[in-house]
Write a protein that binds this ligand. Structure first.
Ligand SMILES: [Zn+2]
Length: 298
C-alpha cells in the first residue's frame, strides 16, 4: 500500500456512519433563496460576521452566525496558525462549532492541526478524498487523537440552519481542487458563497445541478486563478463583493488579471487579503457592511 492508500483507509475510518447515511437521498435545500428574490423561508436573520483572515497565500474564513454558532472554513498555511488563533480567541471564543477543510491542500489545512488542538471543536467536515502529504497525515492524526469523527463534505449536506454545501457534486475528479466543499450561507436576504479552490468543472456542475448561485459576497475560487471563475458562473453569481484570498507576490501570479477584470465587469467590488489584510463583513439580513484592516488599493 502506498501512503495515499493508507491515508484513504484512515479517512474512511474517521468518517462517521451517520454522515454516510445522511448522504443517501439527500436533496439540495434552500434552492431559491437569493438576494434578488423574496426568500421562501427567511433563515438566520440577525447579525452575522464573516472575517476573511489574511493568511498569505491560502484561505481562512471565520463566521459568526446570528444564533451564536461559529464556523471556520479552512486554516491557511502552517505558519498562519498564530494569526488564525488570535483572530478567533480575541473575539472570546474557546470553541469552534464547525470546522470545514474544503480540500486537503496545504494552503487550506496547513494550520488546521494546531487550531483543532487549541480550540474545542464541534463538527469537522472534509470531502471524501485523501492525499499523501505530511500535513494531511498530521491533521488526520490530530483528529483521531481528539476522538473526533469526520463528516463528509458534499453537495446536499446541510451543516446547520441557513448553511448548506452545494459542492462537490460528483464523487470523483481528476483535480483535487474540484473536490472543494462549496458553502452557501443565507442570512435573511444576504447570501455568502465560499468556493474553496473549486474550478470551472465544479462551477458548471453546481449550476447544472440547479443550485442558486446568486450571492452578495463570494470568496472567489482558487485565489483568483483563471482555472476558476468561468464567464457564465461569474455572471450568474452577480456578486456585490468578490473576495480574493491570497499572498502578495505569490509564485502563481494569483490573482490572474482576466479573473479580476471579469468579476469587476460583473459589477463586483474587488477586495483582496494581500492588499486589504483582514476583510470583515457584517450582515444584518438586509444590509451588508464591510471593514478592511488596511485601506491600500481601495
Ligand atoms: Zn488553495
Amino acid at each position: 500500500m502506498n501512503r495515499r492508500t493508507i491515508y484513504a483507509a484512515i479517512l474512511n475510518l474517521l468518517m462517521t456512519a451517520s454522515a454516510l447515511f445522511s448522504l443517501s437521498g439527500c436533496a439540495p435545500v434552500h434552492m431559491n433563496i437569493g438576494q434578488n428574490s423574496a426568500p421562501q423561508n427567511v433563515v438566520n436573520t440577525g447579525e452575522m460576521t464573516v472575517t476573511f483572515i489574511d493568511v498569505g497565500q491560502g484561505d481562512s474564513a471565520f463566521i459568526e452566525l446570528p444564533g451564536g454558532k461559529t464556523i471556520l472554513i479552512d486554516a491557511g498555511v502552517s505558519d498562519s496558525a498564530d494569526k488564525i488563533y488570535s483572530v478567533i480567541s480575541s473575539k472570546g471564543y474557546k470553541k469552534i462549532d464547525i470546522v470545514v477543510a474544503t480540500h486537503p491542500h496545504a494552503d487550506h489545512i496547513g494550520a488546521m492541526k494546531d487550531i483543532i488542538s487549541w480550540f474545542e471543536i464541534g463538527d469537522i467536515y472534509m470531502p471524501r478524498v485523501s492525499t499523501n502529504t505530511k500535513t494531511y497525515e498530521k491533521l488526520l492524526e490530530e483528529i483521531a487523537s481528539q476522538g473526533l469523527k469526520i463528516k463528509t463534505a458534499k453537495a446536499g449536506v446541510t451543516i446547520c440552519e441557513g448553511v448548506d454545501m452545494i459542492a462537490p457534486v460528483s464523487d470523483e475528479y481528476e483535480d483535487l481542487n474540484d473536490y472543494s466543499a462549496v458553502i452557501r450561507i443565507v442570512n435573511g436576504n444576504n447570501v455568502f458563497l465560499f468556493m474553496g479552490d473549486a474550478e470551472t468543472e465544479s462551477e458548471n456542475e453546481i449550476m447544472n445541478a440547479g443550485y442558486d448561485v446568486r450571492a452578495d459576497v463570494i470568496k472567489v475560487g482558487h485565489h483568483g486563478s483563471s482555472t476558476s471563475s468561468g464567464k457564465k458562473f461569474v455572471s450568474s453569481v452577480g456578486a456585490k463583493y468578490a473576495v480574493f484570498s491570497l499572498g502578495e507576490g505569490n509564485s502563481y501570479n494569483h490573482p490572474h488579471k482576466s479573473v479580476v477584470d471579469r468579476w469587476e465587469a460583473s459589477g463586483a467590488r474587488i477586495l483582496r487579503t494581500d492588499k486589504q489584510g483582514d476583510i470583515i463583513f457584517i450582515s444584518d439580513g438586509t444590509d451588508i457592511n464591510v471593514k478592511c484592516e488596511k485601506q491600500e488599493g481601495e
